[in-house]
Design a binder for this molecule. Structure first.
Ligand code: C2E
Ligand code: MG
Ligand code: MG
Ligand code: MG
Length: 283
């Protein structure tokens, strides 16, 4: 609570009267109340954004991204409601809903894995490991087809969380660091984390412009991944030039509007089927 309040203090530690902030907090509170029943009312659903092998252009996986169809407000972005769910605790149920929905869905798709976001608060749940294993058992998804995406900030000083990730990895589940490069973890710290994949944050992909300055951080992350034997996924690829440069720099997998936006399951399946090379028809 002290931290929450500190964020809303002016630079001299004095609470500023800010009507916009008051409005925002009231809106957040209303949204939080609506969110409490959203799952039971069936207002949440999951979209799937292709994770593409940059060399072949084929989808190798899907990131599960939650959407909230609010009865009055229309689609509410997760960037807006996930932080609210984190504070109120509803993230636990929402997170499990996304995990189970995504695992069940992807169990029926051949040859692709699913990547699911896990929020800091979920990582603190005592039952995370058994919950995830139960979902895999119920849905029949093989553990090595599940990736859990964690942000760096969720892992800093979280030895309990790190132990859970280690246990999950012992069961064959993979772990990715999301938005890599935007957090504060030291490189030394990274070498001790139970991690398989680094996702290069889209802010670095956006800087790629064919110059050494533009590619500096991306190159450094790729080099680091190589040394640590990690896989890299580049986020937010919007242009063919970015995709080509990433491939040249040795990045294996990409994600972004260039390939596809987050898609409803039926559309993802269409894309999957059309990307598989068709056997030549008998003539
Ligand atoms: P994220 O995990 O980093 O997911 C990638 C976000 O980038 C998604 O936004 C995706 O739609 C967007 N994106 C993908 N390609 C591009 C591109 O080429 N350009 C641009 N500008 N954006 C692109 P989305 O779906 O709005 O999700 C935002 C964030 O909300 C996610 O960032 C993640 O942190 C969180 N989130 C989404 N679903 C879940 C969930 O089920 N659980 C949790 N805990 N967090 C979630
Ligand atoms: Mg993610
Ligand atoms: Mg990300
Ligand atoms: Mg991101």
């Amino acid at each position: 609570i002290a931290m929450y309040q500190a964020k809303h203090l002016g630079k001299h530690g004095v609470q500023l009267h800010d009507p916009a902030m008051t409005d925002r907090r009231a809106a957040d509170a209303r949204l939080g109340e609506d969110l409490a029943g959203a799952l039971d009312r069936g207002e949440l659903h999951v979209l799937y954004q292709p994770l593409v092998d940059l060399a072949s252009g084929r989808p190798v996986g899907a990131e599960a991204l939650v959407r909230w169809q609010h009865p009055r407000l229309g689609v509410v972005s997760p960037a807006r409601f996930i932080p609210i769910a984190e504070r109120s605790g509803t993230i636990a149920d929402i997170g499990m809903f996304v995990l189970e929905t995504a695992c069940r869905q992807v169990a029926g798709w051949d040859g692709v894995y699913v990547s699911v976001n896990v929020s800091p608060r979920q990582l603190q749940e005592e039952t995370l490991v058994t919950d995830v294993l139960d979902v895999l058992a119920r849905t029949g998804l093989a553990p090595d087809r599940l990736v859990l995406e964690i942000t760096e900030s969720a892992l800093v000083d979280e030895s309990a969380g790190i132990a859970k990730l280690r246990a999950l990895r012992d069961h064959g589940i993979h772990v990715a660091i999301d938005d890599f490069g935007t957090g504060y973890s030291s490189l030394h710290y990274l070498t001790r984390l139970p991690v398989d994949i680094l996702k290069i944050d889209r802010s670095f992909v956006a800087e790629l412009n064919g110059t050494p300055e533009g590619s500096g951080i991306t190159e450094a992350i790729l080099r680091l991944s190589q040394v640590l034997h990690l896989t890299t996924v580049a986020e937010g690829i919007e242009t063919a030039e970015q995709a080509a440069e990433l491939q040249l720099l040795g990045c294996a997998i990409g994600q972004g509007y260039l390939f596809a936006r987050p898609l409803p399951p039926a559309r993802f399946l269409e894309l999957l089927v059309s990307s598989v090379p068709q056997p030549s028809s008998p003539s």
